[in-house]
Design a protein. Structure first.
Length: 300
């Protein structure tokens, strides 16, 4: 293996989670195991949203050294099935532990038939590596209740691979032969070997958005909490796909971030701001749509 691949192995972690769950009106604590990959020197860990949710009450991360440290959820988005954790750096320093960080590759450069490796914790077996190929590099896959009952995959495409994936692999990286992360292992089909992997390009974009959100409320998640926001989200993404410049979408992101702060201060004020912001986004999205279709030569 290359030096880059060995470094990647040292960045892959096991994630143990205890979450609150309500079943038939009864509250209970459930446990689960997944995978993740450390992506920054300040201890950010990238994983799946269905591995760790906002209902988590206890999160622990097992490093490559087999030392276990606590972690907190800092970002969560069901649309992309991605979540960000941050390990307890004070504990890492106090116990004189060390960890490696992974490097990102460019998923746009992947081609069908290219060799890739899935790394994770299948059935609790830490840092297991399986090999396969890219079966499809632009797969559309939508799941209406795939992430804790929430929809996912409606606004992005996925990578498909035949690398062996088992329960516990979720959240682990899909990497190239030189150890570059090009996706996050997310879903599998029962009775089939191919699975869907979050595209690495979308992963990087989501992380860039995630840093601006408060208490783990991702853009889509902030909007989902209100009554009108899903329409606003649809219009903003629709208009963006029609050719709207990124700066216009960033305005919506800023509004979502402000909404998260206000909502943390006052639920009533947050809802009022959500309604006003949603109406503004719908009007703006409609204007951009009409301008694009009727005054810019139609849909290209």
């Amino acid at each position: 293996m290359s030096r880059g691949f060995n470094r990647l192995l040292d960045a892959v972690v096991r994630i143990d989670v205890r979450e609150i769950e309500f079943t038939d009106g009864a509250k209970r604590i459930t446990g689960g195991v997944g995978s993740g990959v450390i992506i920054s020197n300040d201890g950010l860990v990238l994983t799946n949203a269905h591995v760790v949710s906002p209902q988590a009450v206890e999160i622990s991360v097992t490093l490559a050294s087999l030392e276990r440290v606590n972690a907190k959820l800092v970002g969560w988005d069901h649309w992309t099935d991605l979540a960000l954790l941050r390990i307890d750096l004070d504990a890492v320093k106090r116990r004189k532990l060390a960890f490696a960080t992974a490097d990102f590759g460019d998923s746009d450069d992947l081609f069908v038939g290219q060799t890739v490796f899935a790394v994770g914790t299948p059935h609790g077996l830490t840092r297991t590596v399986t090999r396969g190929i890219i079966s499809n590099n632009n797969r559309y896959f939508e799941d209406s209740r795939g992430v804790n009952g929430y929809e996912t995959g409606a606004f992005n495409t996925w990578l498909q691979t035949d690398a062996a994936i088992n329960p516990g692999n979720s959240g682990g990286p899909l990497v190239t032969e030189d150890g570059k992360v090009v996706g996050i292992n997310s879903r599998g089909y029962v009775g089939a070997d191919n699975l869907m992997v979050r595209d690495g390009k979308d992963v990087r974009a989501w992380i860039a958005f995630g840093f601006g959100f408060i208490h783990g409320f991702g853009f889509a998640n902030v909007l989902r909490e209100m009554d009108l926001p899903r329409t606003a989200l649809g219009w903003s993404l629709f208009s963006f796909n029609l050719g709207v410049e990124i700066g216009q979408l960033l305005v919506v992101v800023i509004v979502a971030s402000v909404l998260g702060v206000v909502r943390a201060w006052s639920e009533v004020a947050g809802r009022r701001l959500a309604v006003a912001g949603s109406i503004a986004v719908i009007v703006a999205g409609t204007f951009w749509f009409i301008q694009r279709v009727f005054f810019a030569g139609g849909l290209a």
